[in-house]
Each structure stands twice: as structure tokens, then as C-alpha cells.
Design a protein around this ligand. Sequence first.
Ligand SMILES: [Zn+2]
Length: 186
Amino acid sequence: MEITKKNKVVEFLKNYWMYVAVGVVVLVVAITVGVLAGGQAVPTSSPSLEFSLPMQEASIVKDYSSTELQENTSLNQWEAHLSVDFASDNADVFAVLDGTVSKVSYDVLNGYMIEITHSNGFVSQYCSLAEEPVVNEGDKVSSGQKIGTAGNSANAEIDLGNHLHFTLMLDNQVVDPNNYLDLQNK
Ligand SMILES: [Zn+2]
């Protein structure tokens, strides 16, 4: 019985090895294509853009949350937080991409604020800065260039202490910075 079975298998392979080989190749190609397609499913529309971090060695004081409400003790209310708050021993704040300063402003809730317009539809905003920013509207800035200092000028988040309230927009829509900046372990 054993021998007969083996012979049958050998005979089958002799006659049909081409089909078996082609089947294996097709399977390998299908798996490779599947893996590559899966690897590309990252939610970035502009993978060529290299973002740098707005603060160095910063920790996240308050993360982005669009659906889950977070308590804001400064305003005594629960709210979505469409930004990421950073704090660091080094309070320097840096531009996350090359761009042009499109707004420099102050208001009681957001404090001193800088807005930079980048290419590809991105706009970044830096709120709660320590003092009047040294950059002016119309200034060209480079990715990683120091633009200000994190502080506690935003009354809307005064309970958080010195920090940067960072917002990222794409095509006039606020987006989650975690999808574009490498904030792992921050
Ligand atoms: Zn904030």
C-alpha cells in the first residue's frame, strides 16, 4: 500500500510538476502583492513630506481627541481637543515644515499664536507661546527653525502650565498630528 501510494505521488509529480510549479509561483506573487498593498494603507496623502517635531524631547500633556471628550479644568468644561499639547524642559518651539508665516496674533483664550502655511495644503498653528513671537507675518521659515517659546499665555488652558498647543490642518480641515508627526513614546 505504502509503495503504491508513493509511486502514485511520484507519477503525479512527473506528469504535472509544471502545474505545481506555476501554482507555487502564483501563490508567492499573490502574497507579495497583498503584503505590499497592506503596507501602503497609511493615512498620509503626502508621504514625501518630512515633518519635524514642534518641540524637542517633549512629552504630550494632552493628546488629540476628536470624539472622546476631555475635561478642561481651566474652562471648567468637557470638550474635544483637536490639537496636541506638548511640554518640555527645553521650551523652544520649531516649525514642523518649510513654509510662510501667515498669521501672528494674540487673544486671551489662545494666547500668543503663530500660524504657518506650508505646501500641499498643510497649515500648522502654535498657541500658548510665552511672549510676542519674534517672527512676523510673511516671514519664510524652514522646517526645524525656532519660531518661539512655549509658555502659558492661553487662558483656555492655563491649568496646564507652560506648554505648546499645536494644531495641524490639511485642506482647511483639522487633522490628527499623530498621523503625520512621529510622536511615538512622546
Ligand atoms: Zn491644548
